[in-house]
Design a binder for this molecule. Structure first.
Ligand code: BES
Ligand code: MN
Ligand code: ZN
Length: 496
């Protein structure tokens, strides 16, 4: 993890990062170094020579200046104030370009404390590499930027220090999500997922921080009636698990949210085997589980005054002689039966168990949120960078969307049209696990809705596209696991 700091003193780091913008004048550019005074005249001349434009995700390096190297990161068009997400992405882009460097000072335009947080977060999120599984070529790969300092006149304020602490926690747990997503299914099974989480649980403060973990194994899942998790996991040699993390803050009489995350450690499609091309991306099918677990640990480490009940149903969806067959009927926890017409629509089955179990909580819940890489239809509808929000409670959804505006994660509200519900009727069971192909993301949402009490505010986040970046790295987002939704869950809880 990158060490994040704040300073208004002499720049002591190896590298100085400043902003570059395009101005109104044709081809004009200007430097935006925030509270740091630098002599920009000769630098601008060199930058023009080099063809720098200041557009987002453009990185230009020039040796010298107050540090060994100045890195210019594009902020787009010159403005009075820059949106926090613009700063976050620009800092992230620079941090990515600085892999192999030990320390950098980020002098970007800071107008408020939230900007300090955004820049620190961008640097922390961008400073990520995943080299765990490189063997003989490990030394060919650079390490992530070790230390990032945000340059600001707010440096001595307690709020600035708090913003840095928060950014450190957000980065740490986003990295945890990415690490889990990037870990291949050879090394991440339902059981090893729980073991990796147990290690992070300790680093988040463990029992002392108000955290508790319980794990159900395949025998307990079977005897207690978790037909969804068992049905999906039964085709695999790596048996399923249900991980439960609870966080109880020191403060009494707090709000209580339940999180449920889809944890398919690999989705082959089961007997409805997926095509080979692109199947490797299905190692990311546990992104929801990773996000809700990491968010819970982050909330505990920040000591936020909201109780969390986090559930991660974990299974590997494999085809075999013991796998669930199309037409098999399973019984979800609580008694609803489901005809499994397509074993590739497995996420909703494990989530149904998780959602019902979460609602048996002794303490009254104020809201329940599930997070899942649930449908290819989500990617068709919204692309790879915008996730979907579905709900039974408009104001809960509105407050989540408001949280995402601050975190910079792109989410968009989607409807749950009642007329699609009948397509999930089964001639032999309470429900079928697939319905109308058109609007497949919404049909999946309607399936889950069957397992949530109408009077409990519920959000369903479909992150199928944004959870895993198969394209080029951009801003603070690397190739592979992105960590999406973790930040917004934490923000929602901060605002509750
Ligand atoms: N894990 C997939 C959804 C997915 C697709 C995630 C692409 C990320 C990228 C899910 O389990 C699945 O296979 N869904 C099916 C549902 C269908 C059979 C109703 C789908 O979307 O094709
Ligand atoms: Mn599937
Ligand atoms: Zn899946």
């Amino acid at each position: 993890m990158t060490t994040l700091k704040v300073s208004d003193g002499l720049v002591k780091d190896d590298v100085l990062v400043v902003g570059l913008v395009s101005t109104n004048t044709k081809g004009g550019i200007a430097i935006e170094a925030g509270d740091l005074a630098i002599d920009s005249r000769s630098l601008v001349a060199s930058l023009v020579e080099m063809g720098a434009t200041g557009k987002a995700d453009e990185i230009t390096k020039i040796p010298g200046g107050p540090a060994r190297l100045i890195v210019f990161t594009g902020l787009g068009t010159k403005a009075n104030t820059y949106p926090h997400e613009v700063l976050r992405r620009a800092a992230g882009s620079a941090a990515r370009a600085l892999a192999g460097t030990s320390s950098a000072t980020f002098a970007l335009p800071v107008k408020d404390i939230a900007a300090v947080n955004a820049i620190a977060e961008g640097a922390g999120l961008g400073a990520y590499v995943f080299n765990e599984f490189r063997g003989s070529t490990k030394s060919d790969h650079k390490l992530a930027l070790k230390s990032a300092t945000v340059y600001t006149n707010f440096a001595n304020k307690a709020e600035a220090k708090a913003a840095i602490k928060r950014a450190t926690v957000i980065s740490k747990y986003t990295h945890l999500v990415r690490d889990l997503v990037n870990t291949p299914p050879s090394h991440l099974t339902p059981d090893s997922f729980t073991k990796k989480l147990a290690a992070s649980f300790k680093s988040a403060g463990g029992l002392k921080a108000g955290l508790k973990v319980t794990i159900l194994d395949e025998k307990q899942l079977k005897s207690q009636g978790f037909g969804g998790i068992v049905g999906v996991g039964q085709g695999s040699a790596n048996p399923p698990r249900l991980l439960h993390i609870s966080y109880t803050p020191k403060t009494k009489k707090v709000k209580r949210f339940a999180f449920v995350g889809k944890g398919i450690t690999f989705d082959t499609g089961g007997l409805n085997l997926k095509p080979g091309l692109g199947m490797e991306a299905m190692k990311s099918d546990m992104s929801g589980a990773a996000a809700v677990c990491a968010a819970t640990l982050a909330i505990a480490e920040l000591g936020l005054p909201v109780a969390i009940e986090c559930w991660a149903p974990l299974a590997e969806n494999m085809p075999s002689d013991t796998a669930t067959r199309p037409s098999d009927i399973i019984t979800i926890f609580g008694g609803k039966t489901v005809e499994v017409l397509n074993p590739d629509a497995e996420g909703r089955l494990v989530l149904a168990d998780g959602l019902v179990k979460a609602q048996t909580s002794k303490n009254k819940l104020d809201g329940i949120i599930d997070v899942a890489t649930l449908t290819g239809a989500q990617v068709v509808a919204l692309g790879t960078r915008t996730s979907a929000v579905m709900t039974n409670n408009q104001s809960f959804s509105d407050s989540f969307i408001a949280a995402t505006k601050e975190t910079g994660e792109q989410f968009w509200p989607m409807p749950l049209p009642i007329e699609l519900r009948a397509s999930l009727d089964s001639p032999v069971a309470d429900l079928a696990n697939i319905g109308d192909k058109n609007g497949g993301m919404l049909v999946a949402g309607l399936f889950l809705k069957e397992f949530v009490s109408d009077d409990l505010p519920w959000l369903h986040l479909d992150i199928a596209g944004p959870a895993y970046n198969e394209a080029k790295a951009h801003g603070y987002t690397p190739v592979g696991g992105t960590g999406v939704s973790m930040r917004s869950l934490v923000r929602l809880v901060e605002q509750a």
